[in-house]
Design a protein around this ligand. Structure first.
Ligand SMILES: Cc1ncc(COP(=O)(O)O)c(C=O)c1O
Length: 380
């Protein structure tokens, strides 16, 4: 997806941007790949524009460092990769039910997820030649996938249809990040039961896959033939207790510039609604980034940024394109200085997890919020 705000002129003209650390992406891919058994393949899940990192850029990088499969949510996301010249196998994780979608999937050599016999029939009826398909089983997520109890029947049905080649059987985990392993074990047990039934029916097993980032980091018992890793490709851990597994480096840094500096009197209200009133004379700096760029408005008065390698507190409501910070204690702040919202500055770092914790959400959502307006700048 192209960012709407193109980089025009020099970097100094840029009010805000997202840096994507290509070396970190390569590092994470290699770390993940070396954590797997040699025969297990690594899929990078790059839906939602690679969780805000830029799908084509991420795909091109990680495919050189151990990733052999790509996962997307929608057909247009898959087409974007093909149009960029990417030839690796691409699994569409989301649903496709309409005949027109069948045609597109076949035309662009994408691999669909089938969740129902009816969907399998639509594909079989509208394909001109054989297409590899992946069957999804619901083992405890109640989202995509046929109830696992019907797994064997589904496999047999799909094998009986023309134009479909059974390329995979998979399921998705609801609580792989939980410290308590009972849920993941239960889902794996159901998945295993289907596998045993397929084996007992003397059907050659296709590629089996179950693990997202959390299950991948938990250990090889969840890996099967392929793991589908999103978050950890971008250098984040799905849970605190998985931080000891492998070393990862966050790939995204969000930065902006100071556009104005002003001294205000005690008692001055800052920004919409005057949700912050200066309790002393203050020096504030206006920063050229806001909620339309992906900084959640709910972080107003609840976040810090880094400037000159020091923490500065954000003050007042975050507006659509700008926010204010208190720089009273930071020396020699100038218009044009770079402010780090997410990422590192001189050894200090602010992580997506920090924002997620403040907001009571997950770091996946924080990353995805930066996919719209800001240019993404690859850095090494
Ligand atoms: C089916 C499926 N597999 C794998 C993933 C990757 O998950 P994660 O980002 O936790 O690694 C996702 C993402 O939500 C998904 O929907």
């Amino acid at each position: 997806m192209l960012s709407q705000e193109r980089i025009t002129g020099s970097q100094e003209c840029q009010r805000a941007w997202v840096e994507i650390d290509l070396a970190a992406l390569a590092y994470n891919a290699r770390q993940l790949k070396s954590f797997l058994s040699p025969q297990t393949e690594l899929m990078a899940v790059i839906k939602a524009d690679a969780y805000g990192h830029g799908a084509v850029m991420v795909a091109e990088q990680v495919l050189q460092h151990g990733v052999t499969w790509l996962g997307v949510a929608t057909i247009p996301e898959g087409i974007e990769l093909r149009q960029a010249g990417i030839t690796a196998p691409i699994l569409v994780l989301g649903a496709a039910n309409a005949p027109a979608q069948v045609k597109e999937i076949a035309q662009w050599r994408l691999q669909p997820t089938l969740s129902t016999p009816k969907q399998a029939l639509v594909f079989s009826d509208h394909l001109q030649e054989t297409l590899p398909v992946h069957l999804m089983l619901d083992t405890g997520m109640a989202r995509q996938g046929l109830p696992w109890q019907q797994g064997l029947e589904f496999v047999q049905f799909v094998r009986s249809l023309p134009n479909l080649s059974l390329a995979g059987i998979y399921s998705h985990l609801a609580m792989a990040d939980a410290a308590d392993p009972r849920s993941i074990q239960q889902q794996q047990d159901y998945f295993e039961q289907v596998i045993q039934q397929v084996r007992a029916a003397e059907i050659k097993l296709p590629r089996l896959h179950l693990a997202n980032s959390a299950a991948t980091l938990r250990g090889r018992q969840f890996h099967y033939d392929l793991v589908r890793v999103g978050l950890s490709v971008y250098g984040l851990y799905p849970a605190q207790h998985l931080k000891g597994s492998i070393s990862l480096k966050p790939a995204m840094q969000v930065r902006s510039r100071i556009t104005l500096i002003k001294d205000i009197q005690a008692g001055t209200g800052i920004s919409y609604g005057h949700q912050y009133i200066a309790d002393r004379p203050m020096r504030i700096a206006v920063v050229g980034i806001g909620y339309a760029d992906g900084v959640p408005r709910l972080l107003s008065n609840r976040m810090q940024v880094l400037i000159h390698g020091q923490l500065a507190t954000q003050v007042g409501a975050i507006t659509m394109d700008q926010l204010m910070i208190d720089v009273s204690q930071i020396e020699n702040v100038q218009i044009g200085d770079v402010v780090t919202l997410l990422g590192e500055d001189n050894g200090l770092a602010i992580a997506a997890e920090d924002w997620a914790e403040t907001l009571g959400t997950i770091s996946w959502e924080i990353l995805c919020s930066f996919r719209n307006r800001l240019p993404r700048i690859p850095v090494h």
